[in-house]
Each structure stands twice: as C-alpha cells, then as structure tokens.
Ligand binder design. Structure first.
Ligand code: R5P
Length: 298
C-alpha cells in the first residue's frame, strides 16, 4: 500500500520533515509561486492519486494563506487523493466568536465552514476556545487538539528556578492552572480589560505571598503583545524581576517581541508559528495526533 503523503505549504517545511519522519508519511513536493499580479500558481510534484494526504499549514497571517491552502486541498482531491486532512499548528480566526456589535462578521464560524468544506479532518494546537466549548461547535469535520501545557510545564521545570506562574487574564486560567499543576508551582491570574485592539488594562492581584519567586507569564497567544507588555510593566513597577513570557502561539504583530525584549522579558514560544523565540517543540505531540488519526486518514 502506498504510504500517506505529507505536504508542506510554504514556511512549514521544518515541522513537516519532523512529522513525516516520525509517522512514516512520504514528504510530498508542492511547487507554489505568485504570478506577477498576485494570483497563486500551485503544482503537486508528488502525485496524491489514491493516497491519503495531510497538508500542514500554520495560519499566522491567515488571509494570504487560506486561499492557497484551499487550492491545495481541492487540487489534491482533483488528482485523486482518497482523503485530505489539515494540520494547522496555529488555527487563526478563533477570536471573533460572537457578534459583539450588530452587523459584525463572526469570522471564526465562516473560516470553520471554509476549512470544513475543503478538508476531511483537522489537527491543531490549543485553538483559542473562549466562548466555544470545543471545535466541534463550528467545525463539521473530525478534529484533534494537541495541548501544549505539558510541554510548557516541562520547559518551566527545566529552565526556571522557583517559578510563580501568572495568567494575564481570566481566559488564560485554563492553561495557567494546568501548567502550574504539572510544574509543581503556585499560580495567580490577573484581571484584564481590553478596550480595543491595542488598548489593554491589567490589574495586579496581591502576589506578596510569593515574593522572591520568578514570575512566568503564560498565555495562548501573543499578538499585539499589549497583554504581555502591560503585565510585564505592572509586575516590574511592583518590584518584580522582568518575567519570563511564554505563549503557545507567537504572532508578534507590531514588533511586540522587540518591545518585550526591551522591557527585559525573556520571551518563549512553541514552534506552532516559526519564530526566533521558539523553544518548545510541538512536533512529537502533533505526530502522536497524526498517528491516532491514521484510521480516518487512510
Ligand atoms: C485573549 O483573548 C488571548 O488569550 C490573548 O491574551 C490575546 O490574544 C493577546 O493579544 P495581544 O497580544 O494583542 O494583547
């Protein structure tokens, strides 16, 4: 039987190689480029005919990635793939999960519809589930979620002495509590009010009981960085050492990685989005999920 094919969209080659080796998929070739007018050219170099195909594409900067991704899935099917699955280490468009103002697009649902139409299954890492209980509320295809919390705990255990795990807002409590438990460390969750994309206020709780510990901020996403930046400033103004800032997904809009570094914070992310701050590898966990999926991906 021909082995399943793993195909990397541009920028996903490293994780694709690691996964293909771990699960015994053949690494397929995909030629892509932009025509001078910005349209996408795409060609499968390895034939998907009669094979199960997994396409890996992390979705930071999603608008430029989603259309080529959908073209790839559709082309794989046209060329005879038996199944086409998506590994998206960072799943974008999860935060607009409600119509906050009349007339707004609930883009989380719309992207879920697009991807559910294009793919047979989906694997991702810690999607931003706030008002949705699970991906199945919006995705019509089978999904598997890989949780980075155990990897973050391991990282903290091996690299931080005497940590205090801190979540910048109530939404982060789910990650923070799990990380703290595994790392055998205390945790606290701050209060955040977001007034706009770049307008965030954070209130510090009384952390006196943990004076002397190393503050470790943990969140799922760093986007504009306002959340982390405000938390770092507040902690420092209360006499704490510059914290370690850990996020599963580092998007770093507005050069927020640079601002955090200027504040003296050590920034660490998982490789769900390739970046210089990557020090937590999700490859093994993704490979585990991909192997478990082999029954439906064949
Ligand atoms: C909140 O919804 C998320 O968990 C993150 O706290 C948020 O996405 C971070 O965004 P930013 O870096 O723009 O403050």
């Amino acid at each position: 039987m021909t082995s399943p094919l793993l195909v990397a969209m541009p920028g996903n080659e490293r994780l694709a190689m690691e996964l293909a080796e771990a699960v015994g998929f053949e690494l397929g070739g995909l030629e892509t480029r932009q025509f001078p007018d910005g349209e996408t050219y795409l060609r499968f170099v390895t034939t998907p005919k009669g094979r199960s195909v997994a396409i890996i594409c992390t979705l930071a900067h999603p608008n430029e990635k989603i259309l080529p991704l959908i073209f790839s899935a559709a082309t794989a099917r046209e060329l005879g793939a038996s199944k086409v699955g998506l590994i998206s280490p960072y799943l974008a468009y999860m935060r607009q999960d409600r119509r906050f103002k009349p007339g707004e697009a609930v883009t989380s649902r719309q992207v879920a519809h697009l991807l559910s139409d294009a793919f047979d299954w989906l694997i991702t890492v810690d999607p931003h589930l706030h008002r949705y209980g699970s991906l199945s509320e919006i995705y019509r295809i089978p999904t598997r979620v890989v949780h980075a919390a155990p990897l973050i705990s391991q990282w903290v255990k091996s690299k931080v002495t005497n940590p205090l795990i801190i979540g910048p807002d109530s939404e982060s409590e789910q990650w923070v509590a799990a990380v703290a438990k595994d790392a055998g460390a205390p945790f606290s969750v701050l209060e955040k009010v977001r007034r706009g994309d770049r307008d965030v206020e954070i209130k510090l709780k009384n952390l006196d009981a943990w004076t002397g510990r190393t503050p470790v901020l943990v969140d799922d996403i760093i986007s504009t960085g306002r959340t982390m930046i405000e938390a770092v400033r507040l902690l420092k103004s209360h006499g704490w050492a510059p914290p370690v800032c850990i996020a599963v997904h580092g998007l770093f809009a507005d050069n927020s990685d640079v601002f955090l570094a200027q504040l003296g914070a050590q920034v660490v992310t998982s490789n769900s989005v390739p970046h210089g701050t990557n020090d937590i590898g999700v490859g093994k966990m993704l490979a585990g999920a991909l192997s478990e999926f082999s029954t439906i991906s064949s």
